[in-house]
Design a protein around this ligand. Sequence first.
Ligand SMILES: Nc1ncnc2c1ncn2[C@@H]1O[C@H](COP(=O)(O)OP(=O)(O)OP(=O)(O)O)[C@@H](O)[C@H]1O
Length: 825
Amino acid sequence: MELRDRVRKLGAPGVEWLTVTTFHSWALRVVQRNHKALRFTRTPAVMASNNDRYKLCKEAIRSSELDIARQDIVSWMSTEFTQESSWQEIRATVENMYPALYLKAMANAASGRLGWIEMHTELYDALHEHFTGSRQAEKLGADPHKNVVRKFYDWLNKVKSHSHTAAMYAHERGYGDAFLEYQNILLTNNMVDFDDILVLAHKLMATDPDLLKMLQKHYQYLLIDEYQDSNPVQMSIVDAMQRQAGRVTVVGDDAQSIYRFRGADCGAFQAFQQSYGHEDLHRSLQVNFRSRPPVVRAAEAGLLGTQSAIFPKRLIPHKFGGTAPVTLYIVDDDWNEARFIAKQIAKMHYEERLPLEHMVVLFRALKNGRSKRLQEELTSKGIHFRMVKEYPFMEREFVADMMSFLHLSVNPDCDQAFSRMMNKPPRKLGKAAEQVLNDRRSRLADETGRHISLYEAARGAINEKDVVNFTKGQIDGYLDYLKAKKEKAAKKEAEASADNNEWWKQPSSPATPVREAPAEEAAAPAQPRKPLKHGKGRVANAIAAGLSDEEWEQDFDEDEDLDEDELGVRSVAWSEGMADVTLEELNAMFGDEHLVRLYRLAQQFERSQDVHFDMTSPASQDEGSMPHVNGQSSASSTDDGTPAVASNVIEETAGPEEAGKRVPLSGVKAVHEFMGYVSCDDELADDGTSDHTPGVTIGTIHSAKGLEWHTVFLVRCNEGIMPMGEHRTYGTEPIPQWSPDVLHALPPAESEAQKAVRDREEELRLVHVGMTRAKERLILTCLQKVYNYKKKQPEPIEPAAFLDSLRALDPTDFQGDQEEKAALT
Ligand SMILES: Nc1ncnc2c1ncn2[C@@H]1O[C@H](COP(=O)(O)OP(=O)(O)OP(=O)(O)O)[C@@H](O)[C@H]1O
């Protein structure tokens, strides 16, 4: 988004023709428009929510009949033992921990006069029985699959972040089977997991030479920003696109590579140079325009000791004057830290008149209420704050519901969406109805020998003899509901379309060019801009249709966190219907800013006419011609002041007489495009939330990437917190490294020692990123004690080792070990 806006602001002629997009968003379009080659039967939708992914893991584990007890043993053994542990050691531990079980195994082994191997089998079987037994006991209280699902989910995230595919684990029992099942469920439901998008696009490019040729021809120049965060599949896509032409420029900073956990590699630039061999074309951008010299020097000092940065560089500060040194405050504990920061913020705001939005407090991680004390302190001083990405947009319950609803409107055969919406809003479709659908589905699948969706099973359920009428009625009611919603959205879209009278075919209204247009631009057929009123296309109407439903009201009624006033306005909103209210009215009525945001994004999406040409399937190739762009600069904003959406809202027209012309997407294609669009660009969904009150930002370093503030507080510079301990950061399981042959073979994993060094360096780079967000002032804090919740007492904690490098700086640049007590008075 940031780059997109900057590019637009350039106002250069032809800038509208640029495709400015995230990797995922672009790759998704490639996948969606060529989905048949990937064995999807319909255009796939993205499964963006982690909750949905977790549910799918659960389903995959159940249907792959994963031996849960075996997984328990494996994970128990991996916490207790290492690869080098001998059987003697294992036996001794089992004897110690489970004496009865051990005796039983040994007795079995002895009575059968078994050898070593068999005895180990006995031991394994005894352990298996033991874990199965405890699972059965657990069943009474908790979900027996919970631990395994959690572990499988974590494992899957890791291997997918390294772009590993199910085929690579096909030979493995356990997780390998569940992985295959997981992918199978996605395929039959026409869904793609967020992590699969790039792999699938790469696969298409590798297997379809026509597609690759078309892409290479169309996208002749590539510029990749933040290249240090690219993962190996992204690198391969770039490589495939530009192998011959080599017209690719990559920009970034290897010292700011902070997405190792997602498979990024700070050696990306080195690999790039090796691929293209243009060492002479490397340009070092060393001047730092953002920060005052003390900040630049502290940020550099923090990196001392890292070896992985490929290009040695010395940052040259450009801004001088008004140089406050970077300051480190030693605080007693997190409570004192919160008091100290709140007091400093209040002082800067009230005495120095520094606007609150110019300050940020950055944590290494924000889980488990780490900023709670700070929030309380700020609140008690009347200081407004905003949390950044505390909880991702796509994870919001109502947003995920609405995305399911949208998905169902274009693909009723998606079981995930179908069952999610069965009771959203509450329709009281109970277990009986679910059972009927599942039984019917299994029976039909057996009879026909193919996959049957829940929707398909529901359609004939009314004719089932053995099912009670009440249940049949419920199922039929649900089908009617879905049909009615879909029809309502389509009808409203048709009305809106008639209102707008095919505006894209009308002659252009004169636009003011920023600079003189080049010849090709002048020759391009102009398309006028006539935005849809209130976003009356299919997407916004589908959302509105989904919401204008008195049953949702009940859902909110059950939300105990809402006070009565809020409930009152919401009820009015639902019963009045949503389609024609303005955003402000919506905001006032909803209370749920995220759902409003989704609706607003749909409106922007449909109004946006900064149609830049997009070529993602051979079918849409328009030989030799330049894209048809509208005559108006796409740098403009939409009516409500929000930036217009660069959405590639185009589709091929059907008949040969229309060939080459492009019209805005409508109907189901628009819904698909919109869903992919919001799922693949979380910044889009996050920026411009309805909370516009100026406030201090509280966020994580990851969320601050690319941004800047006047004053930055970088808090808890302690060993184990910032930098984080290796176990907490990246887990202990070694994940094999990727290689160009990733789809065929697994190269050896890095050693534990190598991994520890690389994890540590990643942490230091994170600290560097945090520091370089400060334009004028950087304040660090370091705790002396942390509270140990297990022991219920405070314990001393080590300061971060990187602080030593800062202490070696000149006092005009860095003042360390300031007493927080002085600052608190
Ligand atoms: N030539 C320039 N003259 C003055 N200021 C500049 C210049 N170029 C960039 N800046 C300012 O420097 C700051 C950083 O610029 P920019 O965000 O482009 O850098 P970056 O390398 O992308 O940063 P990072 O990747 O660390 O977030 C911004 O405030 C920008 O306005």
